[in-house]
Design a binder for this molecule. Structure first.
Ligand code: NDP
Ligand code: 8X3
Length: 257
């Protein structure tokens, strides 16, 4: 029996990186998983693989979290046996570009704000009423070191993660008279597809982000998230910051060579 035995968890951004590692970790602990991302094939393959390897009960959900109506409809029409979501991991997110604001692309700003801020709000708004009604639930938001610091070129991405921090704190206040818990897990550099997305598929530039240092892996962050959701009901981990040992802040990273 795992620590999350039969609990239903919905993880957004499960097709890659931290979300995918979370799905693996939650599956090992016996959770039933609703896995959300836009890349339908990846999510389906992951679900089949978790079912085969861990006997996990899974529901793949191809969904763009920026589409408010689609999010509402998907949560409203969850099949029988999937409606009692106990854990929501708001992980879907991305950065686009690293230009100074005066050279930035407004369509990149929109994509980051629509995904990292509005997408998180839409999914939370759709899932939370059920949690409040059942008086059970835990929401884990993926923040970042960028929720607390700003770095050159990080302008709008950092603003979106500062917003995640404010929303998390607001949720804690709004839910303080319920048993529902809210946490934010805020990593430093994690080697995922994040930098490939930020630099529009430029592999060399993406690799440069982690050059000469050992970044976190998705699994390291997934373990931190698992820690949050496996505490006793009276314990809420408000915020968990996790960095590579070679990173002291957004801008201070020790690199060899
Ligand atoms: P990845 O690029 O590896 O994964 C991002 C995930 O988000 C993918 O599964 C992607 O799936 C999904 N996603 C993106 N946009 C949408 C959307 N509109 N609707 C649904 N799903 C979407 O990056 P990470 O795993 O690193 O990022 C996960 C989270 O962690 C993000 O919120 C990021 O800001 C945060 N973070 C990352 C850090 C890092 O250094 N990597 C550090 C700190 C925080 P698909 O494309 O299939 O939709
Ligand atoms: C992602 C890590 O340092 O690029 O949130 O902001 S960083």
């Amino acid at each position: 029996m795992g620590q999350l035995s039969k609990k239903i968890a919905l993880i957004t951004g499960a097709s890659s990186g931290i979300g995918r590692a979370c799905a693996e970790g939650f599956a090992r602990e016996g959770a039933a998983l609703i896995l959300v991302a836009r890349r339908r094939d990846r999510v389906r393959r992951l679900c089949s693989s978790l079912e085969r390897r861990h006997g996990t009960r899974t529901l793949p959900l191809a969904l763009d979290v920026r589409d408010r109506e689609a999010v509402e409809e998907a949560i409203r029409s969850l099949p029988r046996g999937w409606t009692g979501i106990e854990i929501l991991v708001n992980n879907a997110g991305l950065s686009r570009g690293l230009e100074p604001l005066h050279r930035g692309r407004p369509e990149n700003w929109e994509e980051m704000i629509d995904t990292n801020v509005k997408g998180l709000l839409y999914v939370s708004r759709a899932v939370l009423p059920g949690m409040v009604k059942r008086r059970r639930g835990h929401i884990v938001n993926l923040g970042s070191v960028a929720s607390h610091e700003v770095y050159p070129g990080g302008n709008v991405y950092c603003a979106s993660k500062h917003a995640v921090d404010a929303i998390t704190k607001g949720m804690m206040m709004d839910l303080v008279d319920t048993p529902i818990r809210v946490s934010t897990v805020d990593p430093g550099l994690v080697e995922t597809e994040f930098s490939m997305v930020r630099f529009d598929g430029d592999r060399e530039r993406a690799r440069g982000t982690y050059k000469g240092m050992k970044p976190l892996k998705g699994k390291d962050v997934a373990e931190a998230i698992l820690f949050c959701v496996t505490r006793p009901p009276h314990v809420n981990v408000n915020q968990l910051r996790i960095m590579p040992t070679a990173q002291a802040s957004s801008t201070m990273v020790h690199r060899k060579g």
